[in-house]
Design a binder for this molecule. Sequence first.
Ligand SMILES: Nc1ncnc2c1ncn2[C@@H]1O[C@H](COP(=O)(O)OP(=O)(O)OP(=O)(O)O)[C@@H](O)[C@H]1O
Length: 243
Amino acid sequence: MSLIETRGLCLGYGNDVVLRDVTFSIDRGEIVTIVGPNGSGKSSLLRAVIGALQPVSGSVTRAKGLRIGYVPQQLHIDATLPLTVRRFLNLPHRQKASDIAVALTRAGVPELADAQMAQLSGGQFQRVLLARALLGRPDILILDEATQGLDQPGSASFYRQIEEVRRELGVAVLMVSHDLHVVMAASDRVLCLNGHICCEGSPEVVADAPEYRALFGTGTQGTLALYRHDHDHAHDHDHGHTH
Ligand SMILES: Nc1ncnc2c1ncn2[C@@H]1O[C@H](COP(=O)(O)OP(=O)(O)OP(=O)(O)O)[C@@H](O)[C@H]1O
């Protein structure tokens, strides 16, 4: 069965309905990206999926025993607080040293265990948050704008890391992103929200959909094509096939 399934989900705050009739599911190993303009309900949908927001109507079903690894948008840590990456990863529960080493390696930053949290670059910081999410051995990673503040190469590199984690661990990924052209290339499916699901499908299908173009214009199509080109080449070397 699916890891998470929503049916006719309707979300709101007080009397305001912000999202209507969302029916979707995510399966083991899938990467699904949610896009949509500001205020379109992306974060609300993630909150409902993790159980932090009660639906107005409709349902969210999570597979029994589902382990969710949540990577927040940002986390503020007092710059004057001495805190190494290793100590941060041992909060709130002590972890085995070997598990920490594996998680940092999977997140692409094996060398950072003794670095100070306050001295990390934006990209390194997000990878440490990814390592923290991986320590819980998640079935699904949920990322809300995890590359905010990173430049385009930084974001692209972070998403490649996510794809690699998916390939190695078979973890599913549900994420919200504004970096449409970058993130869509890494996705199996894209859901475009605007108060409801206005279109969905493979990145190519969504990028061509009139509803998507009406929201975001046509500018991203060219960039998406370019990025996919680079991306497919990387896979050629690794696996001898494109997808
Ligand atoms: N806690 C809240 N109380 C009241 N209204 C809220 C709350 N959180 C979000 N909203 C409203 O719900 C709507 C959808 O917000 P949401 O954060 O889900 O959108 P989003 O697509 O994630 O936006 P953004 O891209 O700006 O992060 C917005 O109109 C927002 O003002």
